[in-house]
Design a protein around this ligand. Structure first.
Ligand SMILES: [Zn+2]
Length: 267
């Protein structure tokens, strides 16, 4: 599932490669993922200039003068840069053709992602979007504000971290990496965290996500359809040794999502 670092890297590549270019043609191959009228999408994009690509939490936004094309890739949606004529990936849903035969494609093997067309900057019709908390890498999110926001959320700290109303952009995988770096057990109740632990958590969010973006830039590069996870320190590494202390990592799956952590390092 693409999370903040994946989408940030994709955004950077797409801005560089496609920003300021005109969309010559649009083809909807699988309307199932559309949450707008196909005609609206086509008339809004075809023949128009892609101004810029932005990211908010786990949403990717393509700005046109006529409106905004919004992708929420959810669990399995991915982007791909290809040349016209290149073989389509399994379940390619949408492709935008640019000058010179360059194509941006969106494919989604499980059809779980959603595509919206927004006009007049009215994002109120997109589920989850209006309630998003600050972006997890928002520069204006101070430790004080982070602490104050945290007080509004209850329950296990991992669930709080992945709650998009608290912070936008963190999902199941990066939450494990962040909690490992902060040395906090994912099963701890938010209300039991000390001020020192909250500070560690705040710092770990910044360092883990920023480092991941740098790694992805290098490892993924322009092959944005690839989901690179090989550099994770704990997530899905259950049964293997902790990279810090060597203790066998614990894996549990509350709410059907895999959580991996070190019982020795994380308290
Ligand atoms: Zn350990």
């Amino acid at each position: 599932m693409p999370e903040l670092p994946d989408l940030e890297q994709i955004k950077e590549v797409l801005n560089r490669r496609l920003g300021g270019k005109g969309v010559e043609r649009v083809e909807v191959l699988r309307p199932l993922v559309l949450r707008c009228l196909q005609e609206q999408l086509l008339s809004g994009i075809e023949g128009n200039l892609l101004q810029s690509v932005k990211r908010r939490g786990k949403f990717i936004l393509f700005s046109f003068e006529t409106g905004t094309l919004v992708f929420h890739p959810m669990l399995s949606g991915r982007f791909q840069l290809a040349q016209r004529g290149e073989r389509l990936k399994y379940r390619t849903c949408l492709r935008l053709g640019f000058a010179g035969g360059q194509e941006l494609r969106y494919f989604d093997p499980r059809f779980m992602g959603r595509i919206y067309w927004v006009q007049d900057d009215d994002f109120s019709g997109i589920p989850q979007y209006p309630a998003l908390g600050p972006d997890a890498l928002d520069q204006s999110l101070s430790l004080e504000l982070f602490k104050a926001n945290l007080r509004h959320f209850r329950g296990m700290i991992k669930n709080v971290l992945t709650n998009q109303r608290f912070l936008a952009g963190i999902g199941n995988a990066y939450a494990d990496e962040i909690l490992f770096t902060a040395r906090i057990s994912p099963l701890r109740k938010r209300s039991t965290l000390s001020l020192e632990e909250i500070k560690s958590l705040y710092q770990a969010i910044g360092s883990v996500l920023t480092e991941a973006i740098e790694i992805l830039k290098e490892k993924v590069g322009e092959k944005i359809e690839v989901e690179e996870r090989g550099f994770f320190r704990v997530h899905r590494g259950g049964g293997g040794p902790c990279p810090v202390c060597g203790t066998i990592l614990t894996e549990v799956s509350p709410n059907r999502q895999i959580t991996t952590f070190c019982r020795h390092c994380q308290r």
